[in-house]
Structures are given as C-alpha cells and as structure tokens.
Ligand binder design. Structure first.
Ligand code: SAM
Length: 273
C-alpha cells in the first residue's frame, strides 16, 4: 500500500509496475552519461526524485567511498532503491522520503545534485532549483536530464502522434512540464546557476528488447483503465481515439521496421562560488 502521506496527486506516472518497468530499464551508464565524466570517488552526491534507484546504484558506485543520498516523495520507491543499493553492496548509499522542495539537508552539503525526469513532474520548478541550490556547496554542480515530449515519437506514427499529444496534455493537467528538457538552460540561468552546459540525447527503442519495453509501457500503462479513464474523463481524448491508438500500436508491434524515440534535454551547471 502506498503511504498516503508520501504520495503526490500531481505525479502522472504513478507507482504501479506497468510504468515502473520503464524505470527498471534505466541505468546510470545509459541515462546519466552526460554526468559520469564529472564524478569521482569521494564526492558527496544527491539523487533527488530517485524513484526505484536504478540510476542511483551506478551513481553511488561512481562516488564510492563518498556519500550518496537518494530522496523521493514516495515511500515505496525509497524502499526499492534501498534494496537495490543493498543488493549491489553500496554501503555509501542512504535513502529517505523527502520532498524536493523541502530537502532535509543543511546548506552547502553536496558536491553534486542529480535528477532524471523529475522536473517534468514537479509543478514549481523554481522552488526545486532554489532548494537544490541551497544544499549544493559553492562550486557544486547540478545535473538534470528531462523529457522533451514534442521531440519524442513513434515511427511509423500512424495515429499514435495523437497519443503522444494526449500524454503531454495529461502531464500538463497534473501540473507537470513535459517540454522542460528544452528549457533547462534558461531555467538554470534564471535560478542563478552558471557555466551551463546544455546537451540532448534520445532513447531509441529499436532492438527487440527495447521495443518490448516501450510497447509494454504504452500498452500496459497508457492503455490501462486508470490512464484512459483519466484522459477521457477530463476531455483530453475519446474512447474512439484510444481504440484507434490500440489498433495502431498492434500494427507498430508487428512492423519489423518500427522504432520509437524518447528525447531528453540534459544540463550540467555550477552553483557560483
Ligand atoms: C519519472 S520518476 C523518475 C525516477 C528516477 N529518477 C528515474 O529516472 O528512474 C519521477 C520520480 O519523482 C518523484 N517525485 C515527484 N514529485 C516529487 C517531489 N515533490 N519530491 C520528491 N520526489 C518527487 C516521484 O515519486 C518519482 O519517483
């Protein structure tokens, strides 16, 4: 059972396995490639919005014996992350339930603060960045990798382009920011960070294994009664559109030339000394 005190109604994706399988597919090596060259043993690192910890374990390994701290607002995710770190033997890693807009750390604590697909979902971006800046040491770095929904696609698109648009509207309806991956440089400069290095990369779903991950999340999460019901109830899509998207997703699944892509903006920036 989720802990009612630790869940947020603004979080579109939820915590069921139908979406978590996408997070389990991620790792620091594949999804924090822009950050890894900046890490070295002994740094103190914060992973805010760490989810089930699949990036966390690789980040903890990269700074060992430095302290790694993971926080997430959802207790079930913290328990999964803690179990993953214990299984990996990462004694430098600790995890706790916390809101990224109210972190339980002193000023100037961390050398590095990292997030992956978190600013996409937290309504008040400025509040997050101000709080993360507070707990970073002067000269410390922030690293973010966030979705750019408008640059993500299924190919062939069939009618599935409409499904991507509806997903985007769902995130916005929950207070999220599905395009913030392309706004990161401006947002970080606006929050007083400097030396901002902005890059972008795409998760390409082309191998049979990768296509199966994307297909499963679309089929089991996006086409689930809870997500379809929410989208239809709020007027973001009709049942007929979902029926059409489900037929087209079945065509996509059978097409050996089909691919999918999820685009991300990335940024590394420094808290002024
Ligand atoms: C899409 S998941 C990303 C998890 C992980 N970073 C990854 O990429 O695998 C977003 C995470 O942000 C967390 N989250 C959302 N709002 C939060 C908040 N205000 N404070 C802390 N965590 C939050 C959610 O609970 C969820 O685990």
């Amino acid at each position: 059972m989720p802990d009612p005190a630790s869940t947020t109604s603004a979080y579109t994706m939820g915590y069921d396995e139908d979406f978590l399988q996408m997070l389990h597919w991620r790792s620091a090596e594949t999804h924090a490639r822009h950050l890894l060259p900046h890490l070295r043993p002994g740094l103190r690192l914060l992973d805010f919005g760490c989810g089930p910890g699949t990036l966390s374990v690789g980040l903890a390994r990269a700074v060992e014996p430095g302290e790694f701290h993971g926080v997430d607002i959802e207790r079930s995710q913290i328990e999964m992350a803690r179990a993953a770190a214990e299984a990996g033997g990462h004694g430098n890693a600790s995890f706790q339930v916390a809101d990224v807009t109210d972190l339980p750390f002193d000023d100037d604590t961390f050398d590095v603060a990292h997030c992956h697909t978190v600013l996409n979902h937290v309504p008040d971006t400025d509040a997050v960045l101000a709080e993360v800046k507070r707990v970073l040491k002067p000269g410390g770095i922030i690293s973010c990798r966030e979705l750019i929904a408008a640059s993500s696609f299924s190919e062939p698109a069939y009618s599935l382009a409409g499904a991507w648009e509806t997903f985007t509207k769902l995130v916005i309806a929950n207070g999220g920011h599905p395009q913030i991956g392309k706004e990161l440089k401006r947002r970080l400069l606006g929050s007083g960070f400097e030396d901002v290095q902005a890059t972008a990369s795409v998760d390409m779903f082309s191998t049979p294994e990768a296509r199966a991950v994307l297909d499963a999340v679309i089929t089991e999460w996006f086409f689930s009664p809870k997500v379809m019901g929410a989208a239809i109830a709020s007027g973001l899509a009709t049942q007929e559109q979902f029926d059409s998207w489900q037929r087209d997703q079945a065509r996509w699944r059978q097409d050996p030339g089909a691919v999918g892509a999820i685009a991300f903006g990335e940024v590394i920036a420094t808290k002024p000394s």
